[in-house]
Design a protein around this ligand. Structure first.
Ligand SMILES: NC(=O)c1ccc[n+]([C@@H]2O[C@H](COP(=O)([O-])OP(=O)(O)OC[C@H]3O[C@@H](n4cnc5c(N)ncnc54)[C@H](O)[C@@H]3O)[C@@H](O)[C@H]2O)c1
Length: 254
C-alpha cells in the first residue's frame, strides 16, 4: 500500500482503533505521530512500533484544546515535515438519553468528536498547502451517524456531524489535491467498547447485549477498521473523496 515514508498524524492512537491504525501505518513504512492524552498507552504504542523497526513519536495532546492541536502539528513539522495524512480518530461515547443530557455534556461530546476534527483538518490542510503537496484525511465516524437509538444522543449528533463535515471538507479541499473520507465502524472490540458496556451498569451483560445486535454474531477487530483507514488514506484510493465507508459487519444494512 502506498504509505511508505508518508507522515501520518493519528489522534486517539494510544488505544483501540487508533493504536491498530498506528501499527498498520508503521508496518507500511509510514512515519507515525501518535497523538493522545493517554501518555502511558501512547508511549507504549510508540515503543512497540520502534521495536518492530518502525518510525513513530508520541505527542501528548488533548484534541479539544486548539493550542494542543497546533503543538501536535508543529512537533510533526519539526520532526519530519508537513503531514501527508491525518487520521481523526479520538472520540468518546456518552451513554445518556436526550432528556438527561446537559448542555455541558452535549458540548463536550461535540468538542471531542467533531470540533477536534475541524481543527486538525483545517490546520493540517494549511501545512499541506504551504508545503505544496496534496494529502489525505480520514475521519473515524460511526454507524451512529446514520442510525438512531434511544441513548447516546450527543454521540449520534457528533457522528452525524462528522459525516457531513467530511463531505464539506472534501469539496473545500479538492482544489488542493487533499482527499477527505470517513470510515464508519460498527461495534469494535476496544477499551472504549468495554467502557461503554460498563456504563450500562454490568459490563458482561452490556457486552452480551451489544453482541446480540451484531449481524455477523461477533464484534469487529480494531485491525479490521485500520485496514479500511489505511486504504482510504493511501494513494490507492486516489479517486475516493467525501465517502463514508461503513466497516460495520452489516449493522446498517439489516
Ligand atoms: N469501538 C467501537 O465500537 C466504535 C464504533 C464506532 C465508532 N468508533 C469510533 O472510533 C474511534 C476510536 O474508538 P475506540 O473504540 O478505539 O476508543 P478507545 O476509547 O478504545 O480509544 C480512544 C482513544 O482516544 C483518546 N481520546 C479520547 N478523548 C481524547 C481527547 N480529548 N484528547 C486526546 N485523546 C483522546 C483516548 O485516550 C483513547 O486512547 C472513536 O472516534 C469512536 O467514536 C468506535
Amino acid at each position: 500500500m502506498g504509505l511508505r515514508d508518508n507522515i501520518a498524524v493519528i489522534t486517539g492512537a494510544a488505544n483501540g482503533i487508533g493504536a491498530a491504525t498506528a501499527r498498520r501505518f508503521a508496518d507500511e513504512g509510514a512515519r507515525v505521530v501518535v497523538a493522545d492524552r493517554d501518555v502511558a498507552h501512547g508511549e507504549s504504542v510508540v515503543a512497540a512500533i520502534r521495536e518492530r523497526g518502525g518510525q513513530a513519536l508520541f505527542c501528548a495532546c488533548d484534541v479539544t484544546v486548539e493550542a494542543q492541536v497546533e503543538r501536535v502539528l508543529e512537533t510533526t513539522l519539526h520532526a519530519w515535515g508537513a503531514p501527508d495524512i491525518v487520521v481523526n480518530n479520538a472520540g468518546w461515547q456518552l451513554n445518556k438519553p436526550l432528556l438527561d443530557t446537559t448542555v455541558e455534556e452535549f458540548d463536550a461530546v461535540l468538542r471531542t468528536n467533531l470540533t477536534s476534527m475541524f481543527m486538525f483538518t483545517r490546520n493540517a490542510a494549511r501545512l499541506m498547502i504551504e508545503a505544496g503537496k496534496g494529502g489525505s484525511v480520514v475521519n473515524v465516524c460511526s454507524t451512529f451517524a446514520v442510525v438512531g437509538s434511544p441513548g447516546y444522543t450527543a454521540y449520534h449528533a457528533s457522528k452525524g456531524g462528522v459525516a457531513s463535515f467530511t463531505r464539506a471538507a472534501a469539496i473545500s479541499l479538492m482544489p488542493y489535491n487533499i482527499r477527505v473520507n470517513a470510515v464508519g465502524p460498527g461495534t469494535v472490540d476496544t477499551p472504549g467498547l468495554h467502557s461503554g458496556a460498563r456504563d450500562t451498569g454490568d459490563e458482561a451483560a452490556g457486552l452480551q447485549g451489544f453482541l446480540a445486535l451484531q449481524p455477523l454474531k461477533r464484534f469487529g477487530r480494531p485491525e479490521e477498521i485500520a485496514e479500511v483507514i489505511a486504504f482510504l488514506a493511501a494513494d490507492e484510493a486516489g479517486f475516493v473523496t467525501g465517502a463514508l465507508w461503513m466497516a460495520d459487519g452489516g449493522y446498517t444494512i439489516v
